[in-house]
Design a protein around this ligand. Structure first.
Ligand SMILES: Cc1cc2nc3c(=O)[nH]c(=O)nc-3n(C[C@H](O)[C@H](O)[C@H](O)COP(=O)(O)OP(=O)(O)OC[C@H]3O[C@@H](n4cnc5c(N)ncnc54)[C@H](O)[C@@H]3O)c2cc1C
Length: 388
């Protein structure tokens, strides 16, 4: 962590230390989190600073050699008495400013992931039409068209979640701008709070699911390319490598689960599902809507299974539960989309059927899991790497 010290005489902050993995670290203006409060060890001792390249003191020591996103320079920066100005208030660097920035960045990675899924789908579709085997285009084989249709359903599901999340972000931000012009009415304040909560709830879900889906989609798209997919001749090998970072930066998938799991235990996700369930449904979509409502009831029972359990036990099952919630939320969103536009219909049918089986598997695992089974997993902590 960088250290920031204030020079009373010069009325300026100075930064010292090293920062690794900084995207576009060679940029003119850098926003930097640094420890400004001596003797502190937690997030409350960190403040936010701005540094301008023209003030000097920052060197790009190395540009990382990466698996993917090679067009985006990832730098190791060395700060040596680099002048900087404080942004906002001291001590709020992490807990206020970076947290808010991070939510925006997670939304960005969510959108990046949807873009990668779209690219993976297009490449797979094109190749599956062009490539012939056993006298016919490979798209004619059930194994291939199933993969393609599932790629498309995950793509459309994650795009629906992206639009829903960004809609809530837009709404609460709009109230924020309005509040700068005039005092908000009580009702408006309540709405702004509601939309902010929905945005906070859906952002980690979006980051988790769309990044995992773009990796799965890139994997399946490469598989559809067969041996050609392994070669540098087709764009899919780059898409496959570029997708890999999305589950890592701006918080790994595991940390998205940590951010999302509170909405499993406090009923936030269930409340949202029930709101979707209360929307009117066209007669021709009643059957599929019933399936999603049943999945919601199963999710509610799954949450009851972990209620009151030790935090380690809840953490152990958290991803299962967040994924169950995500499948249901995306199913409802596709149901809404399909009723507006029939081009979503096939993806709705596929995604709901798949989600039902994914959730059945998770529910069965959770229901049949006894706390003493945890010891089989804990045993790995005692393992060491054998000496060569
Ligand atoms: C290409 C690239 C660009 C980047 N750009 C930037 C940038 O511009 N600015 C910036 O500040 N950072 C940047 N980063 C850093 C990036 O955000 C981190 O690498 C990422 O958040 C993961 O942190 P870590 O590498 O320290 O992994 P670790 O935190 O060490 O994680 C290692 C493993 O442990 C797991 N883990 C860790 N903590 C927990 C937990 N509490 N619960 C469960 N599992 C856990 C993780 O999920 C992961 O599987 C970049 C990284 C890369 C690779």
């Amino acid at each position: 962590m960088l250290r920031a010290t204030y020079n009373e005489e010069k009325g300026m902050w100075y930064l010292n230390g090293v920062k690794r993995f900084i995207t576009n670290g060679d940029a003119q203006i850098k926003l930097v989190l640094a420890r400004s409060e001596e003797g502190t060890t937690d997030g409350r001792g960190l403040s936010y600073f701005v540094h301008d390249q023209k003030w000097g003191g920052v060197k790009v020591r190395r540009i990382e050699n990466k698996l993917g996103i090679k067009g985006s320079p990832t730098c190791e920066l060395v700060f040596t008495n680099a002048p900087a100005k404080l942004v906002g208030e001291r001590r709020l660097g992490l807990i206020k400013y970076v947290m808010s920035l991070m939510n925006g960045a997670r939304l960005g990675v969510g959108a990046q992931s949807v873009g990668l899924s779209e690219a993976a789908y297009r490449e797979a579709l094109k190749y599956a039409h062009e490539r012939a085997q056993f006298g016919k285009p490979i798209i004619q084989f059930p194994a291939v068209y199933e993969m393609l249709a599932v790629i498309k359903s995950k793509l459309q599901a994650s795009r629906a979640l992206l639009y829903e999340t960004t809609r809530y972000v837009d709404l609460y931000k709009a109230y924020g701008f309005l509040a700068q012009e005039r005092k908000l009415e009580t009702e408006e304040k309540a709405e702004a709070k509601k939309y902010q909560k929905l945005a906070d709830m859906l952002t980690p879900m979006l980051k988790l699911m769309s990044s995992e889906y773009c990796n799965q989609n890139a994997y399946d798209s490469l598989q559809i390319h067969g041996g050609s997919g392994f070669m540098k001749d087709y764009p899919i090998e780059r898409i496959y490598r570029d997708a890999r970072i999305t589950t890592i930066y701006e918080g790994t998938s595991q940390l998205q689960v940590v951010a999302a799991q509170r909405y499993v235990t406090n009923g936030g996700y269930l409340g949202l599902m029930k709101e979707y369930a209360s929307l009117p449904v066209r007669a021709d979509y009643e059957q599929i809507s019933k399936t999603i409502v049943e999945m919601t009831a199963q999710y509610e029972k799954a949450v009851e299974l972990i209620a009151g359990k030790e935090s380690d036990y809840i953490d152990f099952h958290a991803r299962r539960l967040v994924e169950m919630a995500s499948h249901i939320v995306m199913s409802y969103l596709l149901l809404i989309d399909a009723q507006r536009d029939s081009s979503y219909d096939n993806s709705l049918q596929i995604f709901v059927a798949k989600s039902k089986s994914w959730n059945d598997e998770r529910y069965t695992y959770l229901k049949e899991f006894s706390p003493c089974q945890l010891s089989s997993f804990l045993a790995v902590k005692e393992e060491t790497v054998p000496q060569a």
